[in-house]
Design a protein around this ligand. Structure first.
Ligand code: CU
Length: 161
């Protein structure tokens, strides 16, 4: 039921998101660096497997930004998933929908929470080696070019917490 709602809206909303995000990125251009993100850490990582084999899983975590400038997330990779995207939930006409978000700001000195019902990393084409009780690595990339890799505990469907 919920899955049926996703596809028709995804494209349209993703395009809107791109347009809306275009402006407030200005002025937050951090220096380019391709190493580990300095002053940025991730806690509470977990990957919730889909109830139906072949469906995407969702990764939840909290990103902490201990620097005095914003850290802008612009992508994610999940070991064992062919593709991963930053997603957010929103209400459209009284229904909950998810859409891809190209950039998400972690405020200076603050945190950004990815949790069930809200932001998540959607992990597509999951490898069968990802089993409940295991761990996989997730890598977040930032607009600065920096990356942050963290372990995610693998949970069975319905065990989101
Ligand atoms: Cu999603």
């Amino acid at each position: 039921m919920k899955a049926d709602l996703i596809a028709p809206f995804a494209l349209a909303v993703a395009t809107l998101g791109l347009a809306a995000c275009g402006n407030h990125q200005q002025g937050s251009k951090a220096q380019q660096s391709s190493g580990p993100a300095q002053g940025v850490s991730v806690s509470d990582g977990r990957l919730v497997l889909p109830a139906v084999h072949g469906n995407p899983g969702a990764v939840y975590f909290t990103v902490h930004n201990d620097t005095n400038g914003p850290a802008t997330l612009d992508g994610a990779e999940v070991d064992g998933a062919k593709m991963a995207m930053l997603h957010a939930m929103s209400m459209v006409d009284g229904h909950t929908n998810m859409q891809e978000v190209n950039k998400m700001d972690v405020p200076a000195g603050g945190e950004l929470v990815f949790a069930p019902g809200g932001r998540h990393v959607m992990a597509m084409d999951l490898d069968d080696s990802l089993k409940p009780g295991g761990t996989t690595n997730v890598t977040l990339s930032f607009a600065s070019g920096a990356k942050a890799t963290f372990p995610a505990e693998i949970l069975a469907a319905g065990n989101a917490h």
